[in-house]
Design a binder for this molecule. Structure first.
Ligand SMILES: Cc1ncc(COP(=O)(O)O)c(C=O)c1O
Length: 385
């Protein structure tokens, strides 16, 4: 029998896909509206009304999209302060992770990653025939900087992937550590999918800053903490961001990144021409026009993250880790985290369960709307001791 599958792909473990919402809804015998979905770090508020309106008014869905996403990149340049020429949009940050690895890696080239972190890094490395080398994080999820330096050097690594805030714990990489790692002869890919939830100001503080006409003011305050503009300073840095978490557009798949000048022409060369579809582009543009709405929702999510952690502190079998993102990681003590996840699921509350090195017996819970936190806390109480 013919089998021309690449041997390394034939041997790969499949990526565990999420169970579609409709399937889950049928399995649990609950309407989607009755499910509290806190398992995938999505934005519970969904897109802004301006996005919905723009999608309704779209007139060119029958025409192929602009392969260069010019309008969107212009708007992103204004939003981030990074020149348009240094920006590329992708079908989610996921596509950009794959694209960078595809351009850079020859078979066997080393990618260094610091697990526990986002599962797409080892996955995309394997798909692109790279060699994945892990430098595990310390117990508090901070990076082992010396070990990263030694590993990058020993393996002559091509790519170092960093995630800040890190998924699944929500910890940040300090600027000092980042600068130190950028001194290595390696392309650093910094994934900032959750950066919009760092250092979030409440509405009053935002208004005050706006009144003062502060330079570089961005309503979500994220630009102040994002490292996107560092690509202008370091030619071995790529920074990725997304509309999935900030703007509630996970289902439409729009992300973007800033990249080194030497890399971009080759990324453009091999990118699928129509990677950003017309609806995704319209939605992202409209979202960027509704920044106060985005900022309000981000502030609400951060507020709810804090409330969720505080409410769950009443259960001494849940040990939370401090988070700068839109989720909180809990270590489950003295009981089975998988069973807890299943018990919550029976009550219509979905959380993410982990049991792997560095994450044994853990659950990660995304911040939801206030009523969703209430349902979560009530379900936890019911499950009780
Ligand atoms: C760290 C991290 N990066 C990237 C992504 C994917 O982003 P996108 O939806 O833009 O592909 C996720 C999604 O959960 C994530 O956790």
């Amino acid at each position: 029998m013919i089998n021309f599958v690449r041997p390394d792909i034939a041997e790969m473990e499949p990526y565990t896909p999420i169970v579609p919402f409709e399937v889950l809804s049928a399995r649990l015998g609950r309407e989607p509206a009755d499910i509290v979905k806190l398992d995938a770090n999505e934005n519970p508020y969904g897109p802004s009304p301006k996005v919905v309106e723009a999608l309704g008014n779209g007139r060119f869905y029958h025409i192929y999209p602009d392969p260069e996403s010019n309008q969107l990149r212009e708007a992103l340049s204004e939003f981030t302060g990074v020149p348009k020429a240094r920006l590329m949009a992708g079908a989610g940050a996921d596509e950009l992770i794959d694209l960078v690895l595809r351009v850079v890696l020859s078979p066997g080239d080393v990618v260094v990653d610091c697990p526990p972190s986002f599962g797409m890094y080892p996955f995309s490395t394997a798909v692109n025939a790279g060699q994945y080398v892990a430098v595990p994080r310390k117990d508090d999820f901070s990076l082992d900087i010396e070990k990263i330096e030694a590993t990058v050097t020993r393996h002559n690594a091509k790519i170092l992937i960093l995630c800040s805030p890190n998924n699944p714990d929500g910890s940040l990489i300090s600027d000092d550590d980042l600068r130190r790692l950028l001194a290595l002869p390696v392309l650093v890919v910094l994934d900032e999918a959750y950066v919009d939830f760092v250092g979030v100001l409440n509405r009053k503080a935002r208004e005050e800053r706006k009144d003062k006409q502060e330079k570089n003011f961005a309503p979500s305050a994220s630009f102040a903490v994002s490292h996107l503009n560092w690509v202008m300073e370091y030619d071995n840095l790529a920074v990725l961001r997304t509309f999935s978490k900030l703007a509630g557009l996970a289902g439409l798949r729009v992300g973007y990144g800033a990249f080194p000048e030497w890399l971009l022409p080759h990324m453009w060369k091999i990118k699928q021409p129509y990677n950003i579809n017309v609806a995704a582009s319209l939605a992202a543009l409209a979202a960027l026009q509704d920044r106060d709405w985005l900022a309000d929702k981000v502030a609400l999510i951060v507020q709810e993250r804090e409330r969720m952690a505080a409410e769950l502190a009443q259960f001494d079998w849940l040990q939370p880790y401090p988070s700068h993102s839109n989720f909180v990681l809990f270590r489950v003590l003295g009981r089975d985290a998988r069973q807890l996840k299943l018990d919550l699921e029976q009550r219509g509350v979905l959380v993410r369960y982990f049991n792997k090195p560095g994450l044994d017996n853990c659950i990660r819970i995304s911040a939801g709307k206030p009523e969703e936190t209430d349902r979560l806390v009530a379900a936890m109480k019911e499950i009780g001791d």
